[in-house]
Ligand binder design. Structure first.
Ligand code: SF4
Length: 331
């Protein structure tokens, strides 16, 4: 699969925080990664790991207090969007970066028909479009996400449609704007298994056919296996491991990734045999001094409690943040 050349998205040392009366919570701390054409990057981790804040940061939705950017850069095709004002960001969202959210109704207005909303969105992103041309694009986009009866869908209000249909319409709306990259934040979590498979298939098909790079935020390893080409594992606001999906899932090098994979329930397993990650995620107001996973890590040594591990390469396309990753002691 071709992904050579310049990355579509280049994130460097991104830090995002939230002001609280007790101090600043740094939810995303020195996160760096690249996204190339054809990549489907799954960002995984427990709740509170920083994965959703990372996604929202990438479309500059953390700019209003209490959220703020504390450092780093987010380059989309060479432009650092952290340097753009809100008016410029308006055209980046949708036209360059499309986003679909966990709640399929969040991107739809209950007061207007789907036809009105699709046409308004398309004409907003491309003012040269006539209403007839926008309707044509909307109809084709609805067909692409699997609606045979587009006339009925176009005439409907969101409340007349199921959650799965609303999510496909949200996807149609995003894809119709032909973004340079797509971010999907837990896009199938609220949907039943059949609809989930349909949405994942649509994303995979679009990426394969057009090279559209996708970031998918998920806590579901089934989703990772079904769609991702690369995986980025987050814990305590830090990226802990990154690599090709098959490599990471078959030989995870970071103890947190290993624990996450062990905790996937096997349908044949008795409930008492399921492995849980002991302890709780760190309080990001006062994170551990060394490795953020150290209080929960079976392999922690003195160095782990004293010094934050570096983010470093351990082979072709493989990055890990663990003091013991190269010694083999973390395997
Ligand atoms: Fe465990 Fe130490 Fe590696 Fe952190 S650095 S994951 S505590 S072995």
């Amino acid at each position: 699969m071709e992904n050579a050349g310049q990355p579509v998205l280049k994130v460097r040392n991104l830090r995002t925080g939230f002001a609280t009366p007790a101090g600043t919570v740094v939810a995303v701390d020195n996160v760096s990664f690249d996204l190339h054409r054809n990549d489907v990057l799954a960002i995984i981790g427990e709740s509170g790991s920083g994965k959703t804040v990372t996604a929202l940061s990438l479309i500059k939705l953390i700019s209003t207090p209490p959220g703020r950017y504390l450092g780093g850069s987010i380059e989309v095709e060479g432009t650092d969007i952290l340097q753009l004002d809100e008016a410029a960001m308006e055209s980046v969202r949708g036209r360059q970066i499309g986003m679909i959210f966990q709640n399929p109704r969040a991107s739809l207005d209950p007061s207007f028909t789907i036809e009105f909303q699709l046409i308004e969105t398309l004409m907003h992103h491309d003012p040269s479009l006539t209403r007839a041309a926008a309707l044509d694009v909307a109809t084709r986009s609805l067909q692409e996400v699997g609606f045979p009866d587009t006339a009925r869908v176009l005439a409907s209000y969101p409340h007349q449609l199921s959650g799965g249909m609303c999510q496909r319409i949200g996807l149609a709306m995003v894809l119709a704007c032909d973004p340079k990259l797509l971010i999907a934040d837990e896009p199938t979590t609220a949907l039943d298994v059949g609809v989930q498979a349909k949405i994942l298939l649509l994303l995979k098909k679009r990426s394969r056919e057009t090279g559209l790079p996708i970031i998918i935020i998920t806590h579901d390893m089934g989703v990772v296996r079904a769609i991702a080409t690369r995986v980025l594992v987050m814990y305590g606001g830090h990226v802990q491991e990154e690599g090709e999906v098959d490599d990471v899932l078959s030989s995870p090098r970071h103890p947190y990734t290993q624990a996450l994979i062990r905790s996937i329930p096997d349908p044949d397993q008795a409930i008492e045999e399921i492995s849980f990650i002991k302890g709780e995620p760190p309080n990001l107001l006062s994170p551990p001094k060394g490795c953020r996973f150290a209080p929960r890590c079976d392999r922690a040594v003195a160095l782990c409690h004293a010094t934050v591990p570096e983010w470093r390469g351990i082979g072709e396309g493989r990055m890990v943040r663990c003091h013991l990753a190269e010694t083999g002691a973390a395997q």
